[in-house]
Design a binder for this molecule. Structure first.
Ligand SMILES: [Zn+2]
Length: 114
């Protein structure tokens, strides 16, 4: 996916993937997290089975029935944050230029794109 915001997003998330996932409300146990979509699990996702790449922030559920995966923006959406991109901008503390801000508003209108 090509996004004007991607380089800054990567920079802001780098080395903080797990910390940001936790701030989004994902429950953690050590390096593993509980799945944000436990309904996909036969036993309700009671075991922590989601791994998060601390560098990229990308997450992946290891359950074969589930396998939900994606970026922290997608995670924010799954967890019900009404403005997933805005939330990531807030949590990473990245500063947007005017054109990036416009792009962000486009993404808000169209929905999460990665
Ligand atoms: Zn899962």
């Amino acid at each position: 996916m090509k996004s004007l915001l991607l380089p800054k997003y990567r920079q802001g998330v780098f080395g903080r993937g797990r910390e940001i996932a936790e701030q989004l409300g994902l429950k953690r146990k050590g390096d593993s997290f509980y799945c944000p979509t436990p309904d996909n699990h036969a036993h309700g996702g009671k075991r922590p089975c989601v791994l998060i790449n601390n560098k990229t922030g990308n997450f992946r559920c290891l359950s074969t029935n589930c396998g939900v995966s994606g970026s922290l923006v997608k995670l924010a959406e799954i967890l019900g944050h009404p403005d997933p991109w805005g939330k990531l901008v807030e949590l990473t503390g990245i500063i947007l230029t005017e054109s990036e801000e416009k792009h962000l508003n486009n993404l808000r209108r169209k929905g999460v794109s990665f």
